[in-house]
Write a protein that binds this ligand. Sequence first.
Ligand SMILES: C[S@@+](CC[C@H](N)C(=O)[O-])C[C@H]1O[C@@H](n2cnc3c(N)ncnc32)[C@H](O)[C@@H]1O
Ligand code: SF4
Length: 363
Amino acid sequence: MQGLYIHIPFCVSKCVYCDFASFAGIRRLRNPYLEALKRELALQKKHYRNFNPKTLYIGGGTPSFLTAAQIKILFNSIYSCYKNFKEITFEANPESLTLSKIRLLKKLGVNRLSLGLQSTFDEHLKTIGRAHNYAQFLRTYTQAKKYFNNINVDLIAGLPNQTLTDFEQSVKQLIALKPQHISVYGLQVEVSTPLYKSGYECDDNLTRKMLESAENILQNAGFIHYEISNFSLPKYESKHNINYWQGGAYLGCGSAAASYMRGVRFQNTDDVKEYIKSLVQNKIPIVFKEKLCGKAKVGEEILLKFRLLKGFKPTQKMLKCFRKEFEILLDKKLIIKENKKFKLSEEGKYFANNVFRYFVEPF
Ligand SMILES: C[S@@+](CC[C@H](N)C(=O)[O-])C[C@H]1O[C@@H](n2cnc3c(N)ncnc32)[C@H](O)[C@@H]1O
Ligand code: SF4
Protein backbone atom coordinates (compact mmCIF):
# COMPACT_ATOMS: atom_id res chain seq x y z
CA MET A 1 0.00 0.00 0.00
CA GLN A 2 1.01 3.65 -0.38
CA GLY A 3 0.14 6.66 1.78
CA LEU A 4 0.19 10.44 1.56
CA TYR A 5 0.97 12.61 4.60
CA ILE A 6 0.36 16.36 4.69
CA HIS A 7 1.92 18.39 7.50
CA ILE A 8 0.19 21.49 8.88
CA PRO A 9 2.67 23.19 11.25
CA PHE A 10 0.36 25.75 12.90
CA CYS A 11 -0.91 25.63 16.51
CA VAL A 12 -2.99 28.01 18.63
CA SER A 13 -0.33 27.77 21.35
CA LYS A 14 2.61 25.49 22.03
CA CYS A 15 2.14 22.72 24.60
CA VAL A 16 5.00 22.50 27.09
CA TYR A 17 5.96 18.90 26.23
CA CYS A 18 5.79 19.13 22.45
CA ASP A 19 8.85 19.10 20.20
CA PHE A 20 6.98 18.37 16.99
CA ALA A 21 7.58 20.76 14.09
CA SER A 22 4.66 22.96 15.07
CA PHE A 23 4.53 26.66 15.88
CA ALA A 24 2.26 29.22 17.50
CA GLY A 25 2.18 32.86 16.40
CA ILE A 26 2.69 32.34 12.64
CA ARG A 27 -0.95 32.12 11.59
CA ARG A 28 -0.35 34.79 8.93
CA LEU A 29 1.73 32.22 7.04
CA ARG A 30 -1.21 29.86 6.59
CA ASN A 31 -2.23 31.12 3.12
CA PRO A 32 1.27 31.24 1.60
CA TYR A 33 1.93 27.83 3.18
CA LEU A 34 -1.11 26.34 1.46
CA GLU A 35 0.07 27.82 -1.85
CA ALA A 36 3.47 26.19 -1.27
CA LEU A 37 1.82 22.85 -0.47
CA LYS A 38 -0.14 23.05 -3.71
CA ARG A 39 3.11 23.52 -5.63
CA GLU A 40 4.85 20.70 -3.81
CA LEU A 41 1.98 18.30 -4.47
CA ALA A 42 2.00 19.18 -8.19
CA LEU A 43 5.80 18.75 -8.40
CA GLN A 44 5.73 15.38 -6.64
CA LYS A 45 2.81 14.22 -8.78
CA LYS A 46 4.96 14.82 -11.88
CA HIS A 47 7.99 13.18 -10.31
CA TYR A 48 6.34 10.01 -8.99
CA ARG A 49 3.98 9.22 -11.84
CA ASN A 50 2.95 5.78 -10.56
CA PHE A 51 2.36 6.85 -6.97
CA ASN A 52 -1.21 5.97 -6.07
CA PRO A 53 -1.83 6.56 -2.32
CA LYS A 54 -4.76 4.78 -0.71
CA THR A 55 -4.53 6.62 2.60
CA LEU A 56 -4.30 10.33 3.34
CA TYR A 57 -3.25 11.64 6.76
CA ILE A 58 -3.41 15.36 7.46
CA GLY A 59 -1.47 15.90 10.65
CA GLY A 60 0.50 18.49 12.52
CA GLY A 61 0.61 20.73 14.26
CA THR A 62 -3.08 21.42 14.27
CA PRO A 63 -4.85 21.01 10.92
CA SER A 64 -8.16 22.15 12.47
CA PHE A 65 -6.52 25.54 13.14
CA LEU A 66 -6.94 26.23 9.39
CA THR A 67 -10.09 28.24 8.59
CA ALA A 68 -12.93 26.55 6.69
CA ALA A 69 -11.90 28.40 3.52
CA GLN A 70 -8.30 27.24 3.97
CA ILE A 71 -9.40 23.63 4.53
CA LYS A 72 -11.28 23.78 1.20
CA ILE A 73 -8.18 25.13 -0.56
CA LEU A 74 -6.09 22.33 0.96
CA PHE A 75 -8.45 19.59 -0.23
CA ASN A 76 -8.69 21.14 -3.72
CA SER A 77 -4.90 20.97 -3.98
CA ILE A 78 -4.81 17.34 -2.80
CA TYR A 79 -7.73 16.15 -4.91
CA SER A 80 -6.35 17.77 -8.06
CA CYS A 81 -3.43 15.33 -7.72
CA TYR A 82 -4.79 12.24 -5.91
CA LYS A 83 -8.33 10.97 -5.49
CA ASN A 84 -8.72 7.29 -4.65
CA PHE A 85 -8.28 7.29 -0.88
CA LYS A 86 -9.79 4.54 1.26
CA GLU A 87 -8.95 6.27 4.54
CA ILE A 88 -8.64 10.02 5.13
CA THR A 89 -7.56 11.07 8.62
CA PHE A 90 -7.67 14.66 9.83
CA GLU A 91 -6.02 15.66 13.12
CA ALA A 92 -8.00 18.13 15.15
CA ASN A 93 -7.87 19.89 18.50
CA PRO A 94 -10.98 20.68 20.55
CA GLU A 95 -10.42 24.44 20.61
CA SER A 96 -10.51 24.84 16.84
CA LEU A 97 -12.77 22.08 15.54
CA THR A 98 -16.10 23.90 15.15
CA LEU A 99 -19.37 22.30 14.05
CA SER A 100 -19.13 23.95 10.64
CA LYS A 101 -15.61 22.52 10.17
CA ILE A 102 -16.86 19.07 11.23
CA ARG A 103 -19.59 19.25 8.56
CA LEU A 104 -17.14 20.53 5.98
CA LEU A 105 -14.63 17.75 6.67
CA LYS A 106 -17.37 15.16 6.28
CA LYS A 107 -18.42 16.72 2.97
CA LEU A 108 -14.82 16.77 1.77
CA GLY A 109 -14.49 13.00 2.28
CA VAL A 110 -12.67 12.77 5.61
CA ASN A 111 -13.64 9.44 7.22
CA ARG A 112 -11.39 9.37 10.29
CA LEU A 113 -10.83 12.06 12.90
CA SER A 114 -7.95 12.10 15.37
CA LEU A 115 -8.53 14.31 18.40
CA GLY A 116 -5.89 15.34 20.92
CA LEU A 117 -7.19 15.18 24.48
CA GLN A 118 -4.20 13.99 26.62
CA SER A 119 -6.12 13.96 29.95
CA THR A 120 -9.68 14.42 31.18
CA PHE A 121 -8.41 16.53 34.13
CA ASP A 122 -8.46 20.30 33.65
CA GLU A 123 -5.57 20.76 36.08
CA HIS A 124 -3.34 18.52 33.90
CA LEU A 125 -4.47 20.22 30.70
CA LYS A 126 -3.62 23.59 32.20
CA THR A 127 -0.20 22.49 33.45
CA ILE A 128 0.81 21.17 30.03
CA GLY A 129 -0.41 24.28 28.24
CA ARG A 130 -3.33 22.83 26.29
CA ALA A 131 -5.62 25.40 24.72
CA HIS A 132 -8.80 23.53 25.76
CA ASN A 133 -10.43 22.06 28.84
CA TYR A 134 -12.29 18.78 29.19
CA ALA A 135 -15.76 20.33 28.79
CA GLN A 136 -14.66 21.82 25.47
CA PHE A 137 -13.37 18.43 24.36
CA LEU A 138 -16.70 16.82 25.30
CA ARG A 139 -18.68 19.37 23.28
CA THR A 140 -16.49 18.94 20.21
CA TYR A 141 -16.39 15.16 20.54
CA THR A 142 -20.17 14.86 20.89
CA GLN A 143 -20.67 16.95 17.75
CA ALA A 144 -18.01 15.01 15.84
CA LYS A 145 -19.58 11.68 16.83
CA LYS A 146 -22.76 12.59 14.95
CA TYR A 147 -20.80 12.79 11.69
CA PHE A 148 -17.93 10.33 12.11
CA ASN A 149 -17.87 6.66 13.07
CA ASN A 150 -14.10 6.35 13.14
CA ILE A 151 -12.56 8.61 15.79
CA ASN A 152 -9.21 8.36 17.52
CA VAL A 153 -8.42 10.17 20.76
CA ASP A 154 -4.87 10.68 22.11
CA LEU A 155 -3.97 10.34 25.80
CA ILE A 156 -0.62 10.82 27.55
CA ALA A 157 0.60 8.84 30.58
CA GLY A 158 3.14 10.35 32.97
CA LEU A 159 2.02 14.00 32.99
CA PRO A 160 3.10 16.30 35.85
CA ASN A 161 0.96 15.68 38.98
CA GLN A 162 -0.93 12.83 37.30
CA THR A 163 -1.53 9.89 39.64
CA LEU A 164 -2.19 6.32 38.54
CA THR A 165 -5.83 6.74 39.61
CA ASP A 166 -6.16 9.99 37.62
CA PHE A 167 -4.79 8.33 34.55
CA GLU A 168 -7.04 5.27 34.93
CA GLN A 169 -10.01 7.58 35.32
CA SER A 170 -9.09 9.37 32.08
CA VAL A 171 -8.93 6.04 30.25
CA LYS A 172 -12.29 4.93 31.66
CA GLN A 173 -13.99 8.25 30.94
CA LEU A 174 -12.74 8.07 27.41
CA ILE A 175 -13.89 4.48 26.87
CA ALA A 176 -17.37 5.52 28.05
CA LEU A 177 -17.46 7.96 25.12
CA LYS A 178 -17.03 5.00 22.74
CA PRO A 179 -14.30 6.13 20.35
CA GLN A 180 -13.16 3.45 17.90
CA HIS A 181 -9.45 4.07 18.47
CA ILE A 182 -7.33 5.31 21.39
CA SER A 183 -3.63 6.20 21.30
CA VAL A 184 -1.82 6.14 24.63
CA TYR A 185 1.65 7.66 24.69
CA GLY A 186 4.13 7.53 27.55
CA LEU A 187 5.31 11.11 28.10
CA GLN A 188 8.66 11.82 26.44
CA VAL A 189 10.47 14.71 28.11
CA GLU A 190 12.28 16.17 25.09
CA VAL A 191 15.35 18.34 25.69
CA SER A 192 14.15 21.28 23.58
CA THR A 193 10.87 21.74 25.48
CA PRO A 194 9.82 24.06 28.34
CA LEU A 195 8.83 20.91 30.27
CA TYR A 196 12.44 19.70 30.22
CA LYS A 197 13.73 23.17 31.06
CA SER A 198 11.37 23.29 34.05
CA GLY A 199 13.35 20.37 35.47
CA TYR A 200 10.44 17.93 35.31
CA GLU A 201 11.54 14.32 35.51
CA CYS A 202 9.14 11.63 34.47
CA ASP A 203 8.75 8.75 36.94
CA ASP A 204 9.35 5.87 34.53
CA ASN A 205 8.04 3.24 36.94
CA LEU A 206 4.79 5.10 37.41
CA THR A 207 4.41 5.68 33.67
CA ARG A 208 4.96 2.00 33.05
CA LYS A 209 2.28 1.12 35.61
CA MET A 210 -0.07 3.52 33.82
CA LEU A 211 0.63 1.98 30.43
CA GLU A 212 0.15 -1.55 31.80
CA SER A 213 -3.09 -0.51 33.41
CA ALA A 214 -4.30 1.18 30.21
CA GLU A 215 -3.65 -2.05 28.33
CA ASN A 216 -5.72 -4.04 30.85
CA ILE A 217 -8.61 -1.61 30.95
CA LEU A 218 -8.71 -1.19 27.19
CA GLN A 219 -8.45 -4.89 26.42
CA ASN A 220 -11.28 -5.62 28.86
CA ALA A 221 -13.34 -3.05 26.98
CA GLY A 222 -12.76 -4.88 23.67
CA PHE A 223 -9.85 -2.85 22.30
CA ILE A 224 -7.00 -4.60 20.51
CA HIS A 225 -3.50 -3.47 21.44
CA TYR A 226 -2.14 -3.63 17.89
CA GLU A 227 0.83 -1.28 18.10
CA ILE A 228 3.01 -0.11 21.01
CA SER A 229 0.93 3.06 21.56
CA ASN A 230 -2.26 2.20 19.69
CA PHE A 231 -5.50 0.44 20.57
CA SER A 232 -8.52 -0.04 18.36
CA LEU A 233 -11.82 -1.84 18.16
CA PRO A 234 -11.60 -4.70 15.62
CA LYS A 235 -11.20 -3.37 12.05
CA TYR A 236 -10.51 0.21 13.16
CA GLU A 237 -6.72 0.09 13.09
CA SER A 238 -5.15 3.10 11.36
CA LYS A 239 -4.49 1.87 7.79
CA HIS A 240 -2.17 4.81 7.17
CA ASN A 241 0.06 4.07 10.14
CA ILE A 242 0.04 0.31 9.50
CA ASN A 243 1.50 1.09 6.08
CA TYR A 244 4.44 2.89 7.81
CA TRP A 245 5.05 -0.01 10.13
CA GLN A 246 4.90 -2.54 7.31
CA GLY A 247 7.59 -0.64 5.46
CA GLY A 248 5.25 0.60 2.68
CA ALA A 249 5.97 3.70 0.59
CA TYR A 250 4.71 7.09 1.71
CA LEU A 251 5.06 10.62 0.48
CA GLY A 252 5.11 13.47 2.99
CA CYS A 253 4.35 17.01 1.85
CA GLY A 254 4.78 20.17 3.89
CA SER A 255 7.46 21.48 6.22
CA ALA A 256 9.28 18.77 8.20
CA ALA A 257 7.36 16.04 6.35
CA ALA A 258 9.23 12.77 5.91
CA SER A 259 8.91 10.39 2.96
CA TYR A 260 9.96 6.89 2.01
CA MET A 261 9.76 6.46 -1.74
CA ARG A 262 11.52 3.91 -4.00
CA GLY A 263 13.72 2.82 -1.08
CA VAL A 264 14.87 6.41 -0.36
CA ARG A 265 14.11 8.27 2.86
CA PHE A 266 13.97 12.04 2.71
CA GLN A 267 12.69 14.97 4.71
CA ASN A 268 11.76 18.60 4.05
CA THR A 269 13.04 21.54 6.06
CA ASP A 270 11.12 22.21 9.27
CA ASP A 271 11.57 25.96 8.76
CA VAL A 272 8.14 27.15 7.59
CA LYS A 273 9.40 30.39 6.00
CA GLU A 274 12.19 28.53 4.23
CA TYR A 275 9.69 25.96 2.97
CA ILE A 276 7.44 28.66 1.51
CA LYS A 277 10.36 30.60 0.01
CA SER A 278 11.77 27.53 -1.69
CA LEU A 279 8.45 26.54 -3.24
CA VAL A 280 7.88 30.03 -4.61
CA GLN A 281 10.79 28.99 -6.86
CA ASN A 282 9.23 25.55 -7.41
CA LYS A 283 12.00 23.83 -5.45
CA ILE A 284 11.23 21.23 -2.78
CA PRO A 285 13.45 22.05 0.23
CA ILE A 286 14.75 18.57 1.04
CA VAL A 287 17.31 18.74 3.85
CA PHE A 288 17.95 15.04 4.33
CA LYS A 289 18.09 12.16 1.89
CA GLU A 290 19.30 8.60 2.36
CA LYS A 291 19.00 5.44 0.32
CA LEU A 292 18.68 2.52 2.64
CA CYS A 293 20.40 -0.59 1.41
CA GLY A 294 21.92 -3.84 2.62
CA LYS A 295 21.86 -4.53 6.34
CA ALA A 296 20.55 -1.04 7.20
CA LYS A 297 17.45 -1.62 5.05
CA VAL A 298 16.76 -5.01 6.60
CA GLY A 299 17.28 -3.54 10.11
CA GLU A 300 14.81 -0.75 9.41
CA GLU A 301 12.23 -3.26 8.21
CA ILE A 302 12.64 -5.35 11.38
CA LEU A 303 12.42 -2.33 13.68
CA LEU A 304 9.18 -1.14 12.08
CA LYS A 305 7.64 -4.60 12.11
CA PHE A 306 8.38 -5.02 15.81
CA ARG A 307 6.08 -2.04 16.48
CA LEU A 308 3.13 -4.16 15.38
CA LEU A 309 2.48 -6.35 18.40
CA LYS A 310 1.20 -9.39 16.49
CA GLY A 311 4.82 -9.95 15.42
CA PHE A 312 6.27 -11.15 12.14
CA LYS A 313 7.87 -14.19 10.53
CA PRO A 314 11.52 -13.30 9.90
CA THR A 315 12.70 -13.72 6.32
CA GLN A 316 15.92 -15.64 5.52
CA LYS A 317 17.57 -12.28 4.85
CA MET A 318 16.57 -10.97 8.29
CA LEU A 319 17.97 -14.08 9.96
CA LYS A 320 21.16 -13.91 7.92
CA CYS A 321 21.79 -10.26 8.86
CA PHE A 322 20.62 -10.29 12.49
CA ARG A 323 20.69 -13.88 13.86
CA LYS A 324 22.99 -12.89 16.71
CA GLU A 325 20.85 -9.87 17.69
CA PHE A 326 17.64 -11.95 17.71
CA GLU A 327 19.37 -14.46 19.99
CA ILE A 328 20.55 -11.75 22.40
CA LEU A 329 17.08 -10.23 22.58
CA LEU A 330 15.44 -13.64 23.14
CA ASP A 331 17.98 -14.23 25.88
CA LYS A 332 17.21 -10.88 27.49
CA LYS A 333 13.50 -11.74 27.21
CA LEU A 334 12.80 -8.47 25.38
CA ILE A 335 11.36 -10.45 22.47
CA ILE A 336 9.66 -13.84 22.26
CA LYS A 337 9.24 -16.43 19.52
CA GLU A 338 5.75 -17.85 19.04
CA ASN A 339 4.55 -19.97 16.10
CA LYS A 340 7.69 -19.02 14.14
CA LYS A 341 6.95 -15.32 14.69
CA PHE A 342 9.09 -12.84 16.60
CA LYS A 343 7.30 -10.27 18.74
CA LEU A 344 7.98 -7.87 21.61
CA SER A 345 7.63 -9.48 25.05
CA GLU A 346 5.63 -7.76 27.81
CA GLU A 347 8.92 -6.23 28.96
CA GLY A 348 9.92 -5.35 25.40
CA LYS A 349 6.74 -3.29 24.87
CA TYR A 350 7.87 -0.83 27.54
CA PHE A 351 11.53 -0.84 26.54
CA ALA A 352 11.06 -0.98 22.78
CA ASN A 353 13.95 1.44 22.19
CA ASN A 354 16.27 -1.12 23.81
CA VAL A 355 15.10 -3.58 21.16
CA PHE A 356 15.23 -1.15 18.23
CA ARG A 357 18.80 -0.05 18.84
CA TYR A 358 20.05 -3.54 17.87
CA PHE A 359 18.77 -2.95 14.33
CA VAL A 360 20.15 0.53 13.61
CA GLU A 361 23.70 1.48 12.70
CA PRO A 362 26.26 1.03 14.20
CA PHE A 363 25.04 -2.56 14.61
C1 LIG B 1 1.51 15.07 16.33
S1 LIG B 1 0.76 15.40 17.87
C2 LIG B 1 -0.43 16.48 17.22
C3 LIG B 1 -1.83 16.33 17.63
C4 LIG B 1 -2.60 17.56 17.96
N1 LIG B 1 -2.00 18.77 17.59
C5 LIG B 1 -2.82 17.63 19.47
O1 LIG B 1 -1.96 18.11 20.15
O2 LIG B 1 -3.85 17.20 19.90
C6 LIG B 1 0.02 13.84 18.19
C7 LIG B 1 0.06 13.37 19.59
O3 LIG B 1 1.38 13.10 20.02
C8 LIG B 1 1.39 13.05 21.43
N2 LIG B 1 2.61 13.72 21.89
C9 LIG B 1 3.15 14.86 21.46
N3 LIG B 1 4.27 15.15 22.13
C10 LIG B 1 4.46 14.15 23.03
C11 LIG B 1 5.43 13.86 24.04
N4 LIG B 1 6.47 14.67 24.23
N5 LIG B 1 5.29 12.75 24.77
C12 LIG B 1 4.25 11.91 24.56
N6 LIG B 1 3.30 12.13 23.65
C13 LIG B 1 3.39 13.23 22.89
C14 LIG B 1 0.12 13.76 21.92
O4 LIG B 1 -0.73 12.79 22.46
C15 LIG B 1 -0.46 14.32 20.63
O5 LIG B 1 -1.85 14.37 20.66
S1 SF4 C 1 -1.33 21.28 19.86
FE1 SF4 C 1 -0.39 19.31 19.32
S2 SF4 C 1 1.18 19.79 17.82
FE2 SF4 C 1 0.54 21.72 18.77
S3 SF4 C 1 1.99 22.05 20.39
FE3 SF4 C 1 0.29 20.94 21.31
S4 SF4 C 1 0.82 18.73 21.09
FE4 SF4 C 1 2.19 19.89 19.76
